[in-house]
Ligand binder design. Sequence first.
Ligand SMILES: Nc1ncnc2c1ncn2[C@@H]1O[C@H](COP(=O)(O)OP(=O)(O)OP(=O)(O)O)[C@@H](O)[C@H]1O
Ligand SMILES: [Mg+2]
Length: 361
Amino acid sequence: MSNNVVNLKEIKKHYQQALPNQMVTAVVVLDDELNICYVNPAAEALLVKSLSKLYRLPIEQVFYNTPINNARLRQLLTTGQEFSDSDVTIEFFDQRKITVEITASSVTFDQYPHILLEFKQIDHQKHISAEAFQQQQWESARDLIRGLAHEIKNPLGGLRGAAQLLDLELNVEQKEYTAMIIEQADRLTNLVDRLLGPNQLPVMKLQNIHIVIEKVFQLTKFDNPKNITLARDYDPSIPELTFDQDKIQQTVINIVHNAIQALDGASKITLRTRAASNKTINGKRIKLCAEISIIDNGPGIPEHIQSTLFYPMVSGRASGTGLGLSICQTIIHQHHGKLSCISRPGHTEFTILIPFDSEIK
Ligand SMILES: Nc1ncnc2c1ncn2[C@@H]1O[C@H](COP(=O)(O)OP(=O)(O)OP(=O)(O)O)[C@@H](O)[C@H]1O
Ligand SMILES: [Mg+2]
């Protein structure tokens, strides 16, 4: 009996010591002056800093702009009343943002009151449902615009034809007007064709993705009036993939051009490839795919267009038509892949995922 009690005590001690290090929940312990005195490994990963860097740091120097401020924490120390907040956005001083659920409770260590903060990151779940929603929105916006473009295209052809016929009946001075009608009709036809998107099915071929990326790299290098630094970081282990070379090249060029337009000479664009595992594409878990990233250190995508970035006619530039990324999105869909973007000032990253052949049923 007594043996049993001793064993249980030891077991308890053993697990109590080991568990905080294995936990998925990030745990931060604050002393009564609201300085950090312990973080478990999950918290080190969440805060992207080690315990040695965080030890004795006031919590307000780790993140800001959160509802978990010093006033609330002090109140917790005096009243002992635990609180939790879900859907809290934490902003770090390096501009990184995460969404978490936080529980704050008071505990006593070595006879002194402390605060235990537990963080559970919920970005990932939120991200997947937001992604499905955006995908639906993107498809309806694209269909609406395509329908409209189609309706404009036919009468436009008639208008141009009639102007050409009229042109035959007119004298030289009057021909100036018909020429203007024809020129403007051609401009509109051009726009409408871009609105309709790629009209041929992709020509799929099994080939090496680096042929395309390297071509874009060379093209950009030789046409680089702003003298932007170009870097490449390839993963040669990516096996051959089935894709349409022209279309994937057009996609990468569109993204690189956007970056060039946003950057100045002191900036850098990196073309990176990786073999990536366990990604979600259209709600489906894909075990293996090629990941192509186009990364720049420019000003970032304007905040007000970030949520609708891939919709047709969304542009942050005065002279932009806002069709480049929408066309890229259509092309990547044709390849059963995914195009996404994260952006903050100083770091914009477009990622193209194309599943390995074995993943496409
Ligand atoms: N790397 C980037 N850095 C900053 N802003 C970007 C970047 N890439 C895209 N953008 C923003 O996204 C907007 C949409 O890009 P998109 O290619 O769809 O259209 P556009 O470039 O405006 O016009 P188009 O490509 O049709 O000529 C751009 O206008 C720009 O504001
Ligand atoms: Mg563009």
